[in-house]
Ligand binder design. Structure first.
Ligand code: SF4
Length: 331
């Protein structure tokens, strides 16, 4: 069945004529938006970062520090982790990730994904060591680095661009979340949309693909905001998007607001409807890498009941097909 949107799986199949699986790694990066004691940060962030399911065995025990108010100290320095230890950690994660996707999916081709926290937030020397070592372990198809728009200095972009000849494609995933500056301020993102636009332009100039993270269901946001966000993503020619429904994680500022009754999260029906609205306003060439949050249930306060990804995607697909709607038909 032809999906009414450009799924990531279809994009990979079209481009590589094969299924390519991501191996996510956590290089113990920190975040410039959190204080050294873990305070601050984005209202929705529980300080644990994104992680692949095969690394979550350690999640209950680990607690991450942040950065800020500590000059130029990065988390690894604050917590006393050496570069060698970070390299060893990444190598073991790659081995574990490969074993997992080989066993579960019979995978043969892989992309390398620096997933957790702000993966460009370190000295250029450390970044190069970590990236080079990880990329030397396997002929990866794509190299993907997740970061904030304000952590893409020219030297960092130069370093990332140096890998465009070594893999098929280098991607940077950038958190935008919303085109509404008030929302960014409420969330404590500490960057503006101009910063995002500059980052995307600079990456595109060096042939690096951009995947933009956006959120639907933010406090006080509605369809007009989703439309503005879709239009901004279209305008900068973001190559892909990851759409997240608002999740409330334990211990976050959002959790406080939720307990006070100030914030609610979307029902399945509302997120399906909002996602369809967003897709219809998104250019048809933009790859849809994700459409819902997958925060593990032990960290998630709300929504407590949400179906798995496959049920959710089936409802989006059925909803669009039944009306003859496709991605981008309202652009
Ligand atoms: S930028 Fe990312 S890691 Fe940093 S506080 Fe926000 S969500 Fe958390």
């Amino acid at each position: 069945m032809e999906l009414p949107y450009l799924s990531y799986a279809r994009h990979l199949q079209n481009r590589y004529k094969a299924r390519v699986y991501r191996i996510g790694v956590d290089g113990l990066f920190s975040c410039p938006n959190r204080q050294y004691d873990g305070k601050g940060g984005c209202a929705f962030c529980d300080g644990r970062g994104g992680s692949a399911v095969y690394h979550r065995i350690e999640e209950h025990a680990s607690s991450r520090l942040g950065y800020a108010e500590q000059g130029q100290l990065f988390e690894s320095e604050i917590s006393g982790v050496s570069l060698d230890q970070r390299v060893a950690l990444i190598l073991s994660q790659i081995e574990r990730g490969k074993a997992f996707v080989q066993h579960r999916y019979k995978a043969q081709q892989y992309s390398l994904y620096f997933q957790s926290y702000t993966n460009t937030y370190d000295s250029i020397e450390n970044l190069k060591t970590l990236y080079d070592t990880a990329l030397s372990t396997h002929p990866f198809v794509e190299f993907i680095v997740s970061t904030r728009p304000d952590c893409l200095s020219q030297p960092v972009i130069d370093l990332l661009a140096s890998y465009t000849t070594k893999v098929e494609k280098v991607w940077v995933e950038i958190g935008l979340e919303s085109a509404n500056q008030q929302s960014l301020d409420v969330l404590g993102r500490n960057h503006d949309t101009d910063c995002y636009i500059r980052a995307v332009d600079s990456l595109h100039l060096r042939g690096i693909g951009v995947c933009t993270h956006v959120m639907l269901g933010l406090p006080n946001e509605g369809r007009a905001d989703y439309l503005a966000t879709a239009r901004l993503v279209n305008r900068v020619h973001s190559d892909a998007v990851k759409i997240h429904n608002l999740h409330v994680c334990l211990g976050t500022r959002l959790d406080d607001w939720h307990r006070q009754g100030e914030v609610t999260t979307a029902s399945l029906r509302r997120h399906v409807s909002d996602s369809i609205f967003f897709l219809r306003h998104l250019h048809s060439s933009i790859v849809i890498e994700r459409m819902m949050c997958e925060t593990p249930s032990h960290r998630r306060v709300s929504p407590r009941l949400f179906p798995d990804k496959h049920q959710f995607l089936a409802q989006v697909t059925d909803g669009m097909l039944s009306h003859g709607w496709v991605q981008g038909d309202l652009v």
